[in-house]
Ligand binder design. Structure first.
Ligand SMILES: [Zn+2]
Ligand SMILES: [Zn+2]
Length: 304
């Protein structure tokens, strides 16, 4: 599972940073987290095919997070897309996308499905369970936690041999969850398999104040992507506008026990993101904080 930070600015773009868009690429298909203006060009600059995007999750309806949708939908049409595209977002997303589709000369030649996600709603995208969490911004907003299903535990060949199971096809049967019989005695997979192992997981905050519910929902994620609009020292301004500072984002990641934190939605007013990143690292008490730059990418690995 790879994550591409296609647009890492907040509010307005800068020469270096495009508007918010993060791509989660898994098994050849892509989920976009927000879709600010310029997202389709960033996709074209990345190794991810624009046509592999099947789902877009919108954290909220501020322009910096949604203005990339009309252009992307149109380009997919010009590229003769046939697969449906599904856009999920907070209440009102159906109306928003309806309005956007009215900009065109007729609907695109493929289906654009839209899903108004209820607060605390959950749905599945190709084996990835998505949990929506109401967050604290100036308009209705959602954070998203994406979790793969658990995987079977590790097979213990020593335990199998000790129970008299010969190496070979019977090992495979046990590993695929089936019982075997040895001399009239049954051996079941639980006898020779370890505890189920967790899948990979990502939590995406969208725009928000530091939010307890988001930290709770994101418990133990492999990667947290959190907004860090303001530099440390601008807590008051962050609170007034429903945003977080670098160190506040780090505190949320610490509360969630996230293995890694990437900061995004970085305002052009942050003069030195690396210095802010260091401060956030100190707040977190660990080494795994990165202030994303456009086109950075990260491989999310299995936790064990
Ligand atoms: Zn924003
Ligand atoms: Zn916003």
């Amino acid at each position: 599972m790879e994550v591409y930070f296609l647009g890492t600015s907040g509010g307005v773009p800068s020469p270096e940073r495009s508007l918010p868009c993060t791509a989660v690429h898994r098994n050849g298909r892509t989920v976009l987290l927000d879709c600010g203006e310029g997202s389709q060009r960033r996709l074209m600059q990345s190794p991810v095919s624009l046509m592999s995007v099947d789902h877009i999750l919108l954290s909220h309806h501020h322009g910096d997070h949604v203005t990339g949708i009309p252009g992307l939908v149109q380009t997919m049409d010009l590229f003769s897309r046939e697969r449906p595209l599904t856009i999920h977002g907070p209440e009102g997303t159906v109306d928003l996308i309806d309005d956007m589709m009215n900009m065109y000369d007729g609907p695109p030649g493929y289906e654009v499905q839209v899903n108004d996600v209820p607060p605390e709603g959950s749905f599945n995208i190709d084996g990835l369970q998505v949990y929506a969490v109401p967050t604290q911004h100036s308009v209705a907003s959602l954070g998203f936690v994406l979790r793969e299903a658990t995987r079977p535990g590790r097979f213990d060949p020593g335990a199998a041999k000790a129970l008299g199971v010969p190496e070979g096809p019977m090992f495979s049967r046990l590993q695929s969850g089936m019982d075997v019989e040895i001399g009239g005695r049954k051996v079941i997979p639980e006898d020779v398999m370890g505890e189920p192992r967790r899948g990979r997981s990502i939590a995406y905050s969208g725009d928000t104040l530091p939010c307890d519910d988001f930290a709770i929902a994101a418990r133990d994620v492999c990667l947290m992507v959190h907004e860090a609009t303001f530099p440390d020292g601008m807590e008051k301004r962050a609170e007034e506008s429903g945003h977080s500072t670098f160190s506040q984002a780090a505190a949320v990641a610490k509360r969630a026990n996230s293995r890694m934190l990437v900061l995004t939605h970085i305002s052009p007013r942050v003069e030195d993101p690396v210095e802010m990143e260091k401060a956030a690292m100190e707040a977190l008490g660990g080494p795994f904080v990165v202030a994303a730059r456009d086109m950075d990418s990260i491989q999310v690995r299995f936790p064990d």
